[in-house]
Design a protein around this ligand. Sequence first.
Ligand code: NAG
Ligand code: NAG
Ligand code: NAG
Ligand code: NAG
Ligand code: NAG
Length: 372
Amino acid sequence: MLRVLVFLLAASCFTFATGKVLKVPLYVRQKLNRSELFFASNSTQGGETLKLPLQTRTNLEYYGTISMGTPRQNFSVIFDTGSSNTWLPSINCPKSNFACQNHRKYNSSRSRSYKPDGRNFTMRYGSGRVVGYLSKDTMHLAGADLTDLTFGESLFLQHFAFSSVRFDGLVGLGLGSLAWPNTTPFLELLCANRLIEKCIFSVYFGRKGGEILFGGFDRSKFEGKLHYVPISQWDSWNLEVTKTTVGTKQIGGISNAILDTGTSLVLMPQDTYNNLLKVLSAKVENGYSILSCERKSLPNINILIGGKVFPLTSSDYLMELTLDRKKLCVLAIAPINRGFWVLGDIFLGRYYTVYDATEKRIGLAKAVRRGG
Ligand SMILES: *[C@@H]1O[C@H](CO)[C@@H](O)[C@H](O)[C@H]1NC(C)=O
Ligand SMILES: *[C@@H]1O[C@H](CO)[C@@H](O)[C@H](O)[C@H]1NC(C)=O
Ligand SMILES: *[C@@H]1O[C@H](CO)[C@@H](O)[C@H](O)[C@H]1NC(C)=O
Ligand SMILES: *[C@@H]1O[C@H](CO)[C@@H](O)[C@H](O)[C@H]1NC(C)=O
Ligand SMILES: *[C@@H]1O[C@H](CO)[C@@H](O)[C@H](O)[C@H]1NC(C)=O
């Protein structure tokens, strides 16, 4: 159920809140064009962990590079903790599908390690749909070769969600129960093939780029100790938020939260969101929740997880944008009409996260932030 609505708010981040979608892609494109790509660090490291540099465009899309097949065909992908399947655009997608044509496409005839599967698939994300058929091939990432990964070759990518994004495809980092039937998803295959020693991975989203580390975590990327909490539902990367406060006011109670690298913002249940607007004295105009641009006057949002408070500060949740040549500060948090949170890139920028598939737990610590 969860994977149905998580993911990729970069192109449609305000649709949950407003339906004023038209202005947002402009903002995203404008913003994205201003800053170009950065590499956080350079590729492979030997031993039992795999390190992958991630690139970002203004922290709205964090993506890395993988290749598929023999010889290799390169792709930019999102690593999505909110889903478990992997797909790439297919060379066989019709000319009429611009979102597919606009990206790099996998050609199975060019790969010696390709194996057909024969089944079709449909993936539904919060922002759009992807349809195609399944194939198997060797994925190469960070110096490792993952043989016989089942992935989707996409023939149809929904236009508004995928046409203007920088990444070509997606690698789902979720657990097995969310995967296509009778397939071993990426993380499980990586662990089963012993390409990493420990079945964990860690995510660092810095300001100018990030890093995903499979098989371990990087102490230089966070402060203090990792705070571990059990995953609250067996089948996905989620945890329990005990309560949420702003100042002395409680704005939300017990709720599940998915950690989702594929979502740009933070989404919270509607009633918690309404309380938040009240305590922040936000004005809702044209569907945007407008706040004061004086960051210092805005309080922290304190999220209690496993007995420890994880604050979001105004520099995390305030987003500047230009509308009709006027500078506006809006809340980078949107409501969701479900009873759980989605902790996306805004939260993951502040907190380093470790996903432990063996112990079924998630570790969190304050991320080190460098580079302004
Ligand atoms: C980014 O903006 C520059 C001008 O500022 C323009 O020449 C360029 O085509 C833009 N790039 C994209 C990808 O829109
Ligand atoms: C990658 O890092 C190694 C050592 O950490 C360095 O010697 C090498 O030049 C770097 N490569 C690139 C392309 O930056
Ligand atoms: C694919 O990526 C690898 C390493 O990331 C690079 O060496 C190679 O030149 C790329 N191939 C193409 C066709 O871009
Ligand atoms: C796919 O690869 C095959 C083998 O190299 C080639 O003949 C074919 O033209 C490619 N398809 C497209 C659409 O480029
Ligand atoms: C898969 O989808 C194609 C259309 O894209 C259709 O022609 C084919 O019959 C489908 N195959 C199965 C097994 O459903």
